[in-house]
Each structure stands twice: as C-alpha cells, then as structure tokens.
Design a protein around this ligand. Structure first.
Ligand SMILES: NC(=O)c1ccc[n+]([C@@H]2O[C@H](COP(=O)([O-])OP(=O)(O)OC[C@H]3O[C@@H](n4cnc5c(N)ncnc54)[C@H](OP(=O)(O)O)[C@@H]3O)[C@@H](O)[C@H]2O)c1
Length: 258
C-alpha cells in the first residue's frame, strides 16, 4: 500500500485522506518518508486525517489521539484535521457539548501550528451551527458522502454559503441501477469511463471528490478529468438522486434522531 501511494503521487495526486480509525496512518507515514527522502517537498502534498470520537470524548482525548496520529504519520503538522462524525456511539445526550469541547482543543492545536485547517465530516446543518454559535472559528471543511445516487445538495449548499469547503467521500459508490445506467450512457457520449463522469459531476457541482483505488490504472484514469459535462448532462445526473441511497452505516439514522 505504501508503494501504491507513492505511485499515486507520481501519477499527480497531491491530497491524501486518512483517519485514525482506518488504521492506515502508519502506512501513509511510510509512503511520505520515502517521498521526502527522495526530495519531494512537504508543502507539495496535503495530508488530512480525522479524530475518531469514541467515549470518553473530550478535549483531552482529542489532543492525545492527535499526537498519536502525528507520530503515526511521522509529521510535525497536518494540513487538515476533521472530527470524523458528529454523534459518537453512547454520546446521544451530550454529543453537542463534546463536539464543542473537541473543537476548542482543535482550535488550540491549530494556533500551535500543528494543524493548518480544521473541519468536520458527516456533520448536518445543526451540528455545524452548534459549533459556529459557541466557538470562535467555524469549520473550514465538511467531508460528506456525495455521489450521483446520494447528493446531499441542500447540505452542500448550506456549507458553501458559509465558506465551508465540501469534500465528497464515496464518490464512486454507485450501486443504484438507474444512476449507473445514466453514468454509463454519458461515459459513452464523452468517450470516458463512468467513474470519470461521476468524479467530474462532483467537481462541477463544487465539491472535492476523495476517491479510492488499489489499481494504478484506475488511479491514472480517475485523475484525468479534462472534459466538461454540459448543463443538460449535469441535470440528468442530478435526477439520479435518492434521499436514502446512502451507505448503510449506523450514524445516518442516529444523526436524524438527535
Ligand atoms: N468521512 C467518512 O466518514 C468516510 C467514509 C468512507 C470513506 N471515506 C474516504 O473516502 C475515500 C473514498 O471513498 P470509498 O472508499 O467509499 O470509495 P470510492 O472512491 O467511492 O470507491 C472505491 C471503489 O471504486 C473502485 N474504483 C475506483 N476507480 C475505479 C475505476 N476507474 N474503474 C472502476 N472501479 C473503480 C475501487 O476499486 P479498485 O480498487 O479496483 O479500483 C473501489 O472498489 C476513502 O478512501 C476514505 O478516505 C470517508
């Protein structure tokens, strides 16, 4: 995997997304070590990782986990640090206070120069507003599941209006037959693959897609997005949206409850 990451960078990728909970930070650290030893500049690459909020969850646990992440990555700062999700298990009654306490600690780490940009992931409007109302800085990033079958357009527009950059995770996670058929039709029209169409749609919608592949041929294909979808074709993809076509992870129903 470290070798694949190095190949991805050679291919042109400059943004690496990882997370404490993925257990991949040490592998990313190995790849970065190889790149830096070969003369690749630290400021030539954007490294993002995430705080995994598990109970007990407070400012102290943020600092402890963050220091571990830095050590795993072999870095003295990260470009972005996100709270992975807004409602951790077993924190339903006091998740808002816990998010705020975590956020304040992240603000301190940023002031110490250890984080360049602080943000969140999978946060809905109310979770973001809770932070904005009680902290001195607003999130700069919200990483959300966004792809042609699950678009979260309202939430993404809310973020953009508040200068919160939207990143899309799972941008290629298209399982719906209708959405897949539309993407394949457009792929033929533009002479590209359906994954390129899906990524371009995300980019043209104003989001930064964060995609994944273990296949170097796919990596090379996915970064080649030198074409433009017409407004009519963007609209055809917009019509593939379905409100419940998200990944079946536990946090969606829980977020809606609280
Ligand atoms: N914040 C969060 O809660 C959260 C949650 C999930 C993921 N993420 C982040 O988002 C990233 C991407 O999301 P994801 O892992 O859900 O996956 P994704 O990027 O939507 O899809 C990955 C899948 O697409 C396939 N693929 C990639 N390029 C392809 C191509 N050109 N042709 C055909 N198939 C292709 C890959 O297979 P091959 O390996 O065979 O190419 C892989 O199975 C993750 O790596 C992670 O960093 C964040």
């Amino acid at each position: 995997m470290a070798a694949l990451l190095v190949q991805a960078v050679l291919c042109g990728y400059r943004f690496i997304d990882t997370a404490y909970s993925y257990g991949t930070e040490k592998i990313v650290g190995c790849a970065l070590k190889l790149l830096f030893e070969a003369g690749f500049p630290r400021d030539g690459i954007f490294i993002q990782t995430k705080f995994y909020p598990v109970m007990p969850y407070d400012g102290k646990s943020v600092r402890k986990q963050f220091e571990e992440s830095l050590q795993n990555l072999g870095l003295d700062y990260v470009d972005a640090y996100l709270i992975h999700q807004p409602v951790p298990r077993y924190s339903e009654l006091e998740y808002a206070e816990r998010n705020i306490s975590a956020w304040k600690e992240m603000e301190k780490l940023a002031a110490e120069g250890k984080i360049r940009h602080i943000g969140v992931s999978n946060f809905l409007e109310r979770h973001i507003l809770q932070i904005m109302e009680q902290c001195s800085t607003a999130p700069e990033i919200n990483q959300l599941e966004i792809n042609p079958q699950f678009q979260q357009a309202g939430l993404a527009a809310f973020c953009r209006k508040r200068n919160i950059a939207v990143q899309s995770w799972g941008p290629l996670s298209v399982t719906d037959d209708k959405a897949k058929a539309v993407l394949e039709l457009l792929a033929k029209k533009y002479g590209v693959s359906w994954t390129q169409v899906a990524l371009k749609w995300n980019l043209q919608s104003g989001n930064t897609p964060v995609c994944f592949s273990k296949n170097i041929r796919h990596l090379a294909e996915n970064i080649n997005l030198d074409f433009e979808l017409s407004e009519e074709d963007m609209e055809a993809i917009r019509l593939c949206n379905s409100a419940d076509a998200h990944r079946k992870t536990w946090w969606y129903p829980r977020q809606q409850m609280y």
